[in-house]
Design a binder for this molecule. Structure first.
Ligand code: 5RP
Length: 221
């Protein structure tokens, strides 16, 4: 099976987590795109979606799915479905490879359940091989980079990239992420940081992992 076939399989499996008549949270990236395409097939069963990026909003609308403003909702969403760059057996994730980490974290925070969809290559024993994305207010770039170095990482500016919120991304290489919950908070304490791509304080609830032997459902150990 190709990696795209594995992504498609988990996207299809995630549809089982979509309650009828609901508004659901939708992530960003190539795996999330497969999920949006699957949602398009059942669009009459849902009321609409909240998107974690302009790109996902465009794709949802392309399928005729209504995209709602998060602030128009009076209660949390039942489910948020999104990919990850890395995930551990504790359901801690690194996200933001596509630069949508802040909106992803906001929509996930407003959702009762986080369903992570990814192929098995994303399951890792420890986070950190994938550079950790940090969204930063542009004028704080130098200061935040120096602070990230003090935390042991090597921040690199993502060239030619601006987030949907008008900010920059520093990708932090070589970070030893021994305690993702603590590190997530520590980085978010740096003035000028909008948020970072660690999703450890609020991990995924379910991981649908694509393997050549089928989709496996994992929950936190
Ligand atoms: C985007 C993300 C994505 O979920 C993450 O990068 C995984 O993407 P893909 O499904 O393309 O591997 O966090 O900001």
């Amino acid at each position: 099976m190709t990696q795209d076939e594995l992504k498609q399989a988990v996207a299809r499996a995630a549809i089982e987590h979509v309650p009828s008549g609901a508004i659901i949270g939708v992530g960003t990236g190539s795996t999330a795109n497969f999920f949006i395409d699957e949602l398009g097939k059942i669009k009459n069963r849902i009321e609409g979606a909240v998107a974690s990026s302009e790109a996902s909003a465009k794709r949802l609308r392309g399928h005729g799915i209504e995209v709602l403003d998060l602030n128009s909702l009076e209660e949390d969403l039942p489910v948020y479905v999104d990919g990850a760059d890395e995930i551990t057996e504790h359901m801690h994730m690194t996200k933001g490879g596509g630069g949508a980490l802040t909106r992803e974290k906001i929509v996930a925070a407003c959702s009762k359940k986080f369903v992570c969809i990814a192929d098995e290559s994303k399951l890792v024993p420890m986070l950190g091989k994938f550079p950790l994305p940090v969204e930063v207010i542009p004028m704080a770039r130098g200061y935040v980079a120096r602070e990230l170095k003090k935390l042991g990482g090597d921040p690199v500016l993502r060239q030619g990239f601006t987030t949907d919120n008008g900010n920059i991304i520093l990708d932090v290489h070589n970070m030893k992420i021994m305690n993702p919950v603590e590190l997530e908070s520590a980085i978010n304490q740096i003035t000028g940081v909008v948020t970072n791509g660690l999703f450890a304080r609020s991990p995924a609830d379910v991981f649908l992992m694509g393997t050549p032997n089928g989709v496996k459902t994992l929950t936190a150990k």
